[in-house]
Ligand binder design. Sequence first.
Ligand code: HEM
Length: 318
Amino acid sequence: MSSLFLLFLLHITIATAAQLRPDHYLPTCPNAESIVRNVMKKALIREPRSVASVMRLQFNDCFVNGCDASVLLDDTPTVPGEKQALASINSLRSFEVIDEIKEALEKVCPGRVSCADIVIMAARDAVALTGGPDWKVRLGRLDSLSPWLEESNEIMPSPRSNASYLIDLFKKFNLSVEDLVALSGTHSIGQARCFSIMFRLYNQSGTGRPDPAIEPKYREKLNKLCPTNVDQNVTGDLDATPRVFDNQYFKDLVAGRGFLNSDQTLHTFTQTRSFVKLFSKDQSVFFKAVVNGMLKLGDLQSNQRGEIRRNCRVVNKR
Ligand code: HEM
C-alpha cells in the first residue's frame, strides 16, 4: 500500500450512528427528502440513465476522503477537481441533476442542506425509483473545502480490477466481501463506455485474446458494439435490464454476461462467487445486502473541516 493511501485513510473515520441521523433535517428543512425525490423523479422521466449516473456519484464521493461532496467540485484556475481523475473523466455525469436538487432546496431552506447529504439521498432515490428497495438514510454530513484529485487517482478502482484486488480495497473501508458483491450489484442500472472494456475484448492481461470468461454470443454482441476502431465513448448496458434495479445483473454474471471485467471477476473468483449465486437466486437477499452496503458506504466520513456549500460545484466565498 502506498504511503499516500495510508495517509489518506487516516483522514477517514467510520461514522457512528450518533453523528449522522435520519431526522437531521427535521428542524431545519423538514421537506428536504421529498424535494430531492421529486427532482429525481423528473430526472428519471427526462433521461432514465441519469438516475444511475447520480447513484454512481455516491461511490466516487465516499471512497475519496469520505462522503463530503468533493466529487462535485468543478476545476478552478488553480486547483483541478476530482472530475479530472482517471475514474471520472469523460465518465461521471448528471451533475446538473444535483444542481437542480440544490437549487430547489436553497429556495426553501437556504444554506441548510449539504451537497454531501444530497448525494446520499439522491442515490437512495435512484434505487427506489427504478424498482429497488427503499430505506432511511442517515444525514448530517458537511461538504469538503477542497477536492482530492490525487487521492481519487490513487483509490478509485479500474474496470480491469480482479476480485482479489477489490476484496482488499473494500476491506480498507470496512466493507466485507458480501458488501463488495452487493454494492457491485448497483451496476443493475446504467451504462459504461467501450473504453472500459476494450482490453477485455481484444487483449485481456496482455494475451492478445479476449477474456475467456465472456460467453461467446455475448462477446459477439460486445464486439459489434465496440469494434477495435470504435469511438470509445460509445456506451453499452451494464446488465440486460439497465433501467430496472433488480437481480438481473447477477443472473448475467452467472451466464458469463457481465459487462465490465470487475463485474465478471466476481463470478470467476470462489470467494465472491457464492454471493453472486445467492443474489442471482434470491432478489430479496440482494436487496437487504445492498441497503446494508449503501448505508456502510454512506457512513465513510471525512474528519476534515467542512461547510454547507451554496452551490455544490464551488466552495463558499470566505
Ligand atoms: C466494485 C468496484 C467498482 C468498479 C471497478 C466500478 C467501475 C465502474 C465503471 C468502470 C463504470 C463505467 C464507467 C465508464 O465506462 O464510463 C461504472 C459505472 C457505474 N457504477 Fe461502478 N464500479 C464499482 C462499484 C460501484 C459502486 C459501489 C456503485 C454504487 C454505489 C457503482 C455504481 C455505478 C453505476 C450506477 C454506474 C453506471 C453509471 C451511468 O450509467 O452513468 N459502482 N462503474
